[in-house]
Structure formats: C-alpha cells, structure tokens
Design a protein around this ligand. Structure first.
Ligand code: GUN
Length: 279
C-alpha cells in the first residue's frame, strides 16, 4: 500500500499549532513581503503567503513594485531591518534581471531571514548550528518524516542543486544521517542513480520527468515541481500516476509540497518573533 503524503492536511495541522503559539506572544508576529515585477506565478505565491499569514494571526505587510532601483530596494530592506516591529522579511524570487539578487538577499538581517537564503544562515545549516532553514526543504523533510521518522543510513537522491531547494535539502538529509547524492542537469545515468535511492526529492522544473522505472520498489518520493500543463492542470516533476504503486510514499501535486512551503514560512516567522520577544 502506498502512503499518500498529503501536504495540505499536514500544513493545516502545522498552521493550527502555530496559531496556538502566536496566542502566547505579547504581540502578533509581523512579516514584510516584497514583490517586484509582473511574474504572475510570484503574484499568486505572495497572495497565498499573505492570506496564510493573516489566517494564523501573523500581520503581513506587502510591498509591491512594478520596478525598483537596486539602491531603493536596499534602502527599504535597511528600513525593515531597523524596524523592531518587523520579525521577518521575504523578497519573492525570481527578481527582475536588472536587480542583483545576491546583494539583496545578503542585505536582509539574518535574524529576519525567514527564507533562510542569507549566506550566514546557509552556512549555519552546513555546520549544524540552529538557524532559519529554507521553507521548501524544511517542508519536504516534514513530509518525509510522515513516511519514516528515522532516516539513518538511507540513500537520498536530491535532483536539483538550487540554493532555494536542492542544496539546503541535501544538508537537511545529511543531518538526518542519510547518504546523500545531489544530482542535476549534467548528471550521467540519472534514472539508474535514482533507482538506488530510498528517498528521491525531485526539483527539476520539468513536468512528469520521473517515471516508474527510475524508482526502487518502496522508495519515498517527494515532488517539488509545480508545472502547468496546456490543459491548465497542475502537475509535478514526477509522473504521479505511473509511479504511485512503486512507492512506499509519494507527495501529490497539487496539495503536496506547496502548502508545506507556506506553512514553514509561517513557522520561521513565528520562530523569529519568539526569539526576538524572549530577548
Ligand atoms: N520563489 C520560489 N520559491 C521561493 C521561496 O521559497 N521564497 C522566495 N522568497 N521566493 C521563492
């Protein structure tokens, strides 16, 4: 029997728990969300993040710009860094090409970096220090734990090497005592490599790429992809229907990783507020 890893339900449980934690704080946590440009997917993600924040009791403050100069965006981030009432700052990616993404992400106060993209926080993840962890990999790990609490000694293959998903995911799985292989677009014999994996995390960005013959019997499969097909339907990077029976556990798309990414953003915001309000 295959376990369907329902991210929608798990995210609901996470959000209910966060709402209770927020009630014990002396004030509501506050999240500043910055969106630049006209990417329609980003606009939807930001709206979903704002709505989810409001629902659990986080105050969200959105800054939307059609375009902005690098120096003005840096000034806004400095202002938000200095504002004691702001607990988390999120700059939605991708940024328009004119902007220097690395400089922007490094300008965010690491204590308010609810995305976990600041080099200091990525470094802390690598050396095993507590720090905000990127939301999508953090959510993926919670989903994997639904299937198996102890991952010690398992072979995990992470397909994708982005700073948003692949690299932090590999670090999190290492921390769980997995043997981790990071694969990417230049990896040779990818289907064969995948077949040796007990856990496969797929973040390729190409619809229905992973097929049943890529998988070991009983693999745990986490699909980070969100692709829109010509018929308007969403699908993942894994060919869900043909892979389902082969897996011990698999995430659907939609209602898999997506809702968990948002829940983990809320969790990182609450953690940042708790830390600040305790000091
Ligand atoms: N774009 C795609 N995923 C993310 C994310 O987790 N955070 C931000 N800020 N932008 C993204």
């Amino acid at each position: 029997m295959t376990l369907l890893l329902n991210g929608f339900e798990l995210a609901q449980r996470c959000r209910a728990e966060l709402a209770e934690r927020i009630k014990t704080l002396s004030r509501a946590p506050k999240l500043a969300v910055i969106l630049i440009g006209d990417n329609p997917a980003s606009a939807i993600y930001v709206r979903n993040k704002e709505n989810a924040a409001t629902e659990v009791g986080i105050t969200s403050e959105a800054y939307r710009f059609e375009s902005i100069y690098q120096k003005d965006l840096l000034s806004l981030i400095e202002k938000l860094n200095a504002d004691d009432g702001v607990d988390g700052i999120l700059v939605q990616l991708p940024l328009p090409e004119k902007l220097n993404e690395k400089e922007i992400l490094q300008a965010i106060d690491p204590a308010k970096d609810v995305d976990g993209f600041h080099p200091l926080n990525l470094g802390k993840l690598m050396i095993g220090e507590p720090a905000p962890v990127a939301c999508t990999p953090k959510g993926c790990l919670k989903l994997i734990h639904l299937a198996k609490p102890d991952l010690t000694g398992l072979h995990a293959v992470v397909i994708g090497r982005s700073v948003i998903v692949g690299k932090p995911m590999a670090q999190l799985l290492l921390r769980e005592n997995c043997t981790v292989t990071t694969a990417h677009s230049k990896t040779k014999n990818l289907p064969e490599l995948c077949r040796s994996a007990d856990i496969v995390v797929v973040a390729i960005g190409k619809p229905k790429t992973v097929k049943a013959d890529w998988l070991k019997d009983g693999a745990i499969v986490i699909d980070v992809g969100i692709n829109r097909l010509e018929n308007g339907k969403l699908c993942g990077d894994v060919d869900f229907d043909v892979c389902f029976d082969k897996c011990a556990a698999i995430t659907p798309v939609p209602k898999g990783v997506g809702p968990m990414t948002i829940a983990m953003l809320l969790e990182n915001t609450v953690e940042a507020a708790e830390k600040k309000l305790k000091n």
